[in-house]
Design a protein around this ligand. Structure first.
Ligand code: B1M
Length: 210
């Protein structure tokens, strides 16, 4: 089986044990980390579609996600490179009520690769934890909030509101993203920046920091 297809099959089949070898084999065969990420993205999207069609259970979606996370961790050093500059801190987290973190982690890797120090608050992050982090890192000028569920868009908006109510809105630029977020939704909730993917989030943050 061609190397890239092996990666897709490992993710779709939740083959945790073979993903490292499959990713390393694809790298050795000359595939770029970006090509591999694209294949991984297609595979996990198909997993989501199968879940939606009731063809697989949440447990199977979880193992596929763990497999993808392991594959991304093999790619991490390749995606990183040497940052060109020190661009300051970036607070990042998945919004309260939401446990999806693969996309958020990719945003973190890309931000680090362009020179940010990422303060990763993890998943299911309440507004109070974002506020606490901004207060702790007074030199941090950017905050990113990720959401993957349409049902957590409300919590995302409440997080933006809470940062404003805490009097911290002028201190930070707020980035939002994730599958259910659009430019229009981001504007309505009062965020500063919406980007559709991890690479554009890092590119935009870098331009704003320079
Ligand atoms: Co969930 N899940 N899930 N899930 N899951 C989705 C999101 C879903 C679309 C699947 C489906 O039905 N087709 C659906 C949401 C429907 C909706 O709300 N419209 C769904 C559901 C329903 C659920 C549960 C409710 C299922 C249940 O329990 N019945 C449950 C909710 C749990 C919770 O969060 N409270 C649930 C659970 C899970 C798992 C735990 C099993 C697992 C997550 C594991 C993990 O992340 N550690 C999981 C998975 C894996 C998925 C799918 C299959 C894949 C998500 C993913 O990692 N994509 C997903 C289906 C899909 O996406 N097609 C699905 C790959 C990742 C690279 O893409 O995260 O979109 P993404 O990130 C992109 C961009 O969005 C962007 O950059 C990334 C790419 O460069 N981006 C940002 C993301 N954050 C950003 C922030 C930015 C900027 C860009 O700035 C700050």
């Amino acid at each position: 089986m061609p190397k890239l297809q092996e990666i897709a099959a490992a993710i779709e089949g939740g083959k945790l044990r073979s993903i490292d070898a499959a990713v390393n084999a694809a790298l050795e065969a000359g595939h770029t980390p970006q090509e591999i990420l694209k294949i991984m993205h297609g595979a996990i999207t198909r997993v989501g579609e199968k879940f939606q069609e009731n063809e697989i259970f949440v447990s199977e979606m979880l193992v596929a996600a763990l497999t993808m996370k392991k594959g991304v961790s093999v790619l991490r050093p390749q995606l990183h490179g040497e940052p060109q500059a020190r661009l300051g801190k970036f607070i990042l987290g998945t919004v309260e009520g939401d446990l999806h973190d693969i996309g958020k982690n990719l945003v973190g890797i890309m931000l680090e690769s362009v020179g940010f120090e990422v303060i990763d608050l993890g998943v299911d992050v309440p507004a109070s934890a974002f506020i606490q982090a901004i207060l702790e890192h007074k030199d941090c000028k950017m905050v990113g909030i990720s959401a993957l569920l349409t049902t957590t868009l409300g919590a995302m908006e409440r997080t933006v509101d809470a940062i404003t109510t805490a009097g911290l809105r002028s201190q930070v630029k707020i980035f939002v993203g994730g599958a259910p977020v659009t430019e229009e939704i981001a504007r309505r909730m009062g965020a500063d920046v919406y980007t559709p993917d991890a690479a554009s989030a890092a590119r935009t943050a870098r331009l704003m920091a320079m």
